[in-house]
Design a binder for this molecule. Structure first.
Ligand SMILES: NC(=O)c1ccc[n+]([C@@H]2O[C@H](COP(=O)([O-])OP(=O)(O)OC[C@H]3O[C@@H](n4cnc5c(N)ncnc54)[C@H](OP(=O)(O)O)[C@@H]3O)[C@@H](O)[C@H]2O)c1
Length: 346
């Protein structure tokens, strides 16, 4: 059967859409019952729109914040809403002049199998540049978080030591590699021995340690960062980060990217007072949300794509198969099941 006929059959067979909606606000670690998988009417394509079939969808730590019901830097997802998420899909019908059936596009239509969206809200992908799934990882939001969060906020200089927590995840694994490209010593912190081996043996980190099997963080940091830490890219917060502040060098820079160790706590953890380190070491500590760099997105994508093509950046994807396994993938990512970017292949 010709490919076009096969595609036609596949698209006409799906009569309904499937969506994951928020069913309850999680307490502590999210549970599968906090979400409901529902059938919905197939979206209808209006003028200027395209109907897309989801190929990959993203599960990310920021989603934990969106389902708490509290407005952070963005509005929360309400009970009964489709979960918000970055997505990549294939155009199955187009009433938008710039897109045709078979094109792959990226946007944020959430945890659902189909969506009809204005064509100008969809970014067309070039499958020859890289696999389309990378639009959710190394050539997408996590990649831009690593790129701008390290280069613009920490401004690492050759010869300096860059330390990154959450080092084996989507963002952290890229931060260490970008630090190496800048001529820095890259040191990582992650949660399994396999992740540590991947960072050092495959990605070229100079050193890394497992925070779950290390009791004396300060001692380990002194051993692996003998000249102290000039740049710290913080993905996790909590006791790991508390220990890092004592190892920062004078005029060190700290990029506060994420605090995942705190996202599922039922009660806030009392922390030590770190401002004294900031004073005596004259540190620059800056939080950032990657959307502040939206107007420079193509600069970051271009740089990452070039490093990827040159073999200077490697990436890994942890792909969970099947739309119905989306919530399992999300919870798994929060628990550390992923090495590199956690994705769902629909
Ligand atoms: N500021 C921004 O604009 C922005 C944008 C994107 C992401 N972020 C933040 O960046 C961080 C990384 O995001 P990502 O997408 O790259 O996720 P990721 O690192 O691919 O996945 C999350 C990882 O967090 C680790 N983790 C879970 N609980 C932890 C704990 N209690 N202590 C330490 N580590 C823990 C797990 O790895 P282990 O096995 O190592 O524990 C897990 O694999 C998150 O904090 C996220 O919120 C911020």
């Amino acid at each position: 059967m010709a490919r076009g006929t096969q595609e036609c059959l596949r698209y006409t067979l799906a009569m309904t859409n499937r969506e994951f909606k928020l069913a309850a606000r999680p307490v502590g670690m999210p549970k599968e019952s906090d979400f409901s998988l529902v059938e919905a009417a197939m979206p209808v394509v209006g003028d200027g729109q395209a109907l897309v079939k989801t190929a990959y969808l993203s599960v990310d730590p920021y989603m934990r914040g969106r389902i708490t019901g509290i407005r952070t830097y963005a509005d929360p997802v309400n009970i009964g809403d489709v979960m918000e998420a970055g997505t990549v899909g294939e155009v199955v019908e187009s009433k938008f002049p710039g897109l045709a059936q078979g094109d792959f596009v990226h946007s944020n239509w959430g945890w659902q199998e189909y969506a009809a969206l204005p064509g100008n809200a969809l970014r067309k992908l070039d499958p020859k540049l890289a696999p389309v799934s990378t639009a959710l990882g190394v050539l997408g939001m996590p990649g831009m978080t690593a790129y701008f969060g390290l280069l613009d906020i920490c401004k690492p200089q050759a010869g300096e030591t860059v330390l990154v927590s959450g080092a084996a995840g989507a963002v952290g694994s890229l931060v260490g590699q970008i630090a190496k490209i800048q001529g820095c010593r890259a040191v990582g912190i992650a949660g399994t021995d396999d992740k540590i081996a991947w960072l050092v043996n495959e990605l070229g980190f100079d050193a890394a340690f497992n925070y779950k099997t290390t009791s004396d963080y300060a001692g380990k940091l002194k051993e692996l960062c003998p000249k102290g830490v000039d740049c710290y890219f913080d993905n996790v917060g909590g006791s790991v980060t508390d220990a890092v502040f004592g190892q920062m060098n004078t005029f060190g820079r700290v990029s506060i990217c994420g605090q995942i160790s705190q996202y599922n706590l039922e009660k806030p953890e009392p922390g030590p007072r770190l401002l004294g380190y900031m004073l005596v070491k004259q540190l620059k500590v800056e939080g950032f949300i990657v959307s502040r760099f939206t107007n420079r997105w193509m600069e970051g994508i271009g740089a990452m794509a070039k490093w990827l093509a040159e073999g200077k950046i490697k990436y890994r994807e942890e792909v969970v198969e099947g739309f119905e396994n989306t919530v399992r993938a999300f919870i798994g990512m929060l628990k550390g099941d992923n090495t590199g970017k956690m994705l769902v292949k629909v």
